[in-house]
Design a protein. Structure first.
Length: 218
């Protein structure tokens, strides 16, 4: 698989996963269709916008190639429609306290997949911009790409960003970036490095969720 095709595929996977996570947060806050789609698109595209601004790519990719926004919009609308139909038909209860566990599982799964994919996409974007020899910058841009949309989502929803409160969210992103850097420096193919990094990030996130790992807090 060519590098461009691989990165585009990862972007689409991350885009869809983050759009779903945005709708799940909107559901928790009982937002309407506009709010849910806005949150889904912000989560999916926010990290990429921050990445492009850091790398001096103006206008950001989402404004040059609308496929990113279109995919996020469509996925968000579909996710909202499914949730709404289930609520209206009574196939799932509308009372949040009874569905919180299921919602959290979907949110965590979507967040983990999106985070892992976007860390790799962000790293490669920095490398393609001419900073391949600067490991710190590439890792930083990868992490920002992964966590940026989620931070913007949580701020719009009026809640403390997930990265600052539980389940080693930011640590998983940093670990994924470092692992990708090590794989590339050891001569691994981009595809292999991507698979290893994504798998490690998702594994760390799921272990943290399952075992309730958290950093010390005040």
């Amino acid at each position: 698989m060519r590098l461009y095709s691989l990165l585009f595929l990862l972007e689409m996977v991350g885009n869809a996963a983050f759009a779903i996570s945005g709708v799940m947060v909107a559901r928790d806050h009982h937002m309407d269709l506009f709010g849910a789609v806005l949150l889904g698109c912000t989560t999916a595209c926010g990290g990429g916008v921050i990445r492009d601004l850091l790398l001096g790519q103006i206008p950001p990719a989402m404004f040059v190639n609308p496929v990113y926004v279109i995919v996020a919009f469509v996925i968000s609308a579909i996710a909202f429609t499914i949730e709404y139909i289930c609520k209206v038909n009574g196939t799932v209860t509308s009372r949040l306290d009874k569905t919180k566990g299921a919602t959290d599982r979907v949110l965590n799964a979507a967040d983990s997949i999106g985070l892992a994919a976007f860390v790799v996409v962000g790293y490669q974007a920095a490398a393609k911009a001419g900073y391949a020899s600067n490991g710190f910058l590439c890792i930083f841009v990868g992490v920002i790409t992964g966590i940026g949309g989620g931070i913007m989502r949580d701020m719009l929803a009026g809640q403390m960003p997930l990265i600052m409160r539980k389940r080693v969210y930011g640590v998983a992103a940093i670990a994924g970036g470092i692992i990708y850097y090590i794989c590339v420096r050891c001569g691994a193919a981009i595809a292999a490095a991507s698979i290893v990094s994504i798998a490690a990030t998702i594994l760390l996130r799921f272990l943290a969720i399952h075992r309730r790992w958290n950093l010390p807090s005040l």
